[in-house]
Design a protein around this ligand. Sequence first.
Ligand SMILES: *Cc1c(COP(=O)(O)O)cnc(C)c1O
Length: 393
Amino acid sequence: MTELTDHVSSLRSTELPAYVYDLRALRAHVAAVRHALPDRVEVYYAAKANPEPEILAALAPYVDGYEVSSGGELAHVAKAVPGRPLAFGGPGKTPDEVTAALERGVERFHVESAYLLRVLAESARRVTPGRRVAVLPRVNLPVPEGSLEGSSLAMGGRPAPFGMDPGQAREVVAALTDGTYPQLELRGVHAHLASGLEAARQLRVAEAVVLWATSLGVPLAEVNVGGGMGVDYADPERRFDWAAYGEGLARLTDTHPGLTLRIEPGRALTAYCGWYVTEVLDVKRSHGEEFAVVRGGTHHLRTPAAKGHDQPCSVLAVDDWPHPWPRPAAAGERVTLVGQLCTPKDVLARRVPAPGLRAGDRVLFSLAGAYAWNISHHDFLMHPRPGLHFLDA
Ligand SMILES: *Cc1c(COP(=O)(O)O)cnc(C)c1O
């Protein structure tokens, strides 16, 4: 048995559902990602993918900093990993959030509009007089033909509330270089155009962003080409090709000496280290299809409902049945796994091969380390919250 299944077996029924995070696996994975990337590529972890303090701390030796997108994330990450570089971005900042970021000494601001640049400039004049604040305008660039195919969420190259059209971004670049805002420094350019891309497409996007940035004709120290490295929920063994991506980025840094590239992945760093584990409460047949109802559901693991996929899972058979009443079991080969919510949307995985699945058997949903617990609607129906367990903390 692995450490994971050992741990899951050791939990009492009343301790389920639970999230189990394998921090050793996380460290090994992120160390390998770091190793695949050239030196002149920095990695900032996008905290919104999974901001658990234990996760943020486990990542610390392998990442250069953290990308935060709200005042809440800013305060939380600054507390969890004190002193680490932060980049502050995201649309819709309040003046108070901008001020708080300046007071905390945030290293970089990803600016999403000309208006936000103005707010930042005014706040910087008050909060950090005499200091120049580093700014990276976020550009919503038309991306190379075909490179967004297969992307699950496209933020760029189409109308979006994120970043600025190239023309607007050029105006912001001009305002940052013509003396309009002496308290701000144009450090570089930021883009985050899509998520769910495989390495070759992700590279074409990075090349397009660097090409656009260098076409501005102003000195830039950094280009942040964003996150969005793909995670394949239908085929968990098929991983983002970090080696190929690293080689491509190395070619890009070689042709642009003096330029630091930055990526800000979230999902592809933490998805693989988390499991949502639970047990089957009931097995029933409905109009020819078998359903297993598990403790918990999409109010804890919204990912399959949000992304419209089947969450990959495996069954841990439990032979012990402590109750005096008969044990429900599936008669057929395939079972649809649902949660306890009174809505047909509460489906975790459809028609998974689970012959003979019984009440009391445990189910381990994998790829639950990113956009899982923290994006879910926890209070809907008021079921108890899962415990959070960290292996090798
Ligand atoms: C969400 C987000 C990321 C991370 O995206 P992943 O798909 O998790 O890699 C990076 N940058 C920005 C600006 C984001 O909004």
